[in-house]
Design a protein around this ligand. Structure first.
Ligand code: Q46
Ligand code: ZN
Length: 298
């Protein structure tokens, strides 16, 4: 197997691109995919300040590394979610990564800041932990980004994540979510712009990027992920992709170019006011996060 670009020995084959690459050409391929995502979806403008939502896993660390490699001096932020050893180790991977490179990383502990953590929130709401966890992360990343004067919040969602979420939203015809599912969510009324620079890279590509770039990351799965429906959607999509390489990318890209607008037009964004508890933008009087906090920290 030879590298498509330089004919050296290849270390990875990418059936979706009908290509194989050596280490250096593969890293270049990853940078190129991120650069195209940034351009196609107008993610970051010249001079804007970018904060990367880091988890300590492969995707967010690859995202941070690739943005920096493309000349965007992004900072990082990691949240201590309080999920036992898993959270402690994840934060340590993020810290080690940032320290080794001298890149600024903010570490925010949910319990210190809000008086609860993900396991207690899940128990208090009697819902799947990922719901409370996702809500907390979205709230806190946005809050810290606003406080720090950032223009853009970048997350490590990759092509497999996007395809799995899209499949879930289509299977259940979640029109509201479909209206909002896109690689760049414009900022407005107290929300910074949210972007997903890795949407053109698969999970396998981001893992390989970390390995060939010497990035050490948390390989353990979150112990609270069991029951997360997206895992089943990913398995289903992987089975299709194995038979027909390129299906995931075509599914996601086709949705954005051909279908998303119809959902967005049918469901205009609600008008937002300020939450009476925390000031965050909300369509109601008290935001969903403050309601969660009242139950979980009470
Ligand atoms: S950390 Fe949180 Fe994930 Fe764990 S509880 Fe679910 S959402 S699975 S990305
Ligand atoms: Zn609030």
């Amino acid at each position: 197997m030879k590298c498509r670009r330089c004919r050296a020995a290849a270390v990875i084959d990418l059936p979706r691109h009908n290509a194989a690459f050596c280490t250096e050409c593969f890293r270049r391929h990853c940078r190129e995919q991120v650069r195209r995502a940034l351009d196609e979806h107008r993610m970051v403008r010249e001079g804007e300040r970018v904060l990367v939502a880091v988890s300590g896993g492969k995707d967010s660390l690859a995202c941070w590394d690739l943005l920096r490699a493309l000349g965007i001096p992004a900072d990082g932020m990691v949240i201590g979610l309080g999920i036992g050893d898993y959270s402690r180790d994840s934060t340590r991977y993020a810290r080690d990564f940032a320290e080794a490179r001298g890149w600024p990383l903010q570490v925010v502990d949910v319990r210190e800041r809000f008086g609860f953590d993900v396991p207690t929130a899940a128990a208090a709401t009697r819902r799947a932990p990922c719901g409370a966890c996702g809500l907390t992360k979205r709230h806190l990343f946005n809050q810290v980004a606003i406080e720090g004067g950032y223009d853009v919040l970048a997350t490590g969602h990759n092509l497999d994540d996007e395809a799995a979420v899209l499949l879930g939203n289509v299977l259940h015809w979640e029109e509201e979510y479909l209206a909002r599912q896109r690689p760049t969510l414009p900022g407005r009324d107290g929300f910074v712009r949210k972007v997903k620079p890795l949407v053109r890279l698969s999970e396998r590509e981001t893992a390989a990027y970390c390995v060939v770039s010497g990035i050490d990351y948390q390989v353990e799965e979150c112990p609270m992920a069991a029951g997360n429906r997206h895992l089943a959607y990913k398995e289903a999509l992987n089975a299709v992709e194995a038979r027909s390489p390129g299906t995931k990318a075509a599914f996601v890209a086709g949705f954005w170019s051909r279908a998303h607008r119809r959902f967005a037009e049918a469901r205009p964004e609600p008008t937002l006011g300020a939450c009476t508890g925390c000031g965050a933008p909300t369509p109601g009087t008290v935001c969903a996060f403050c309601r969660l906090q009242a139950r979980a920290a009470g």
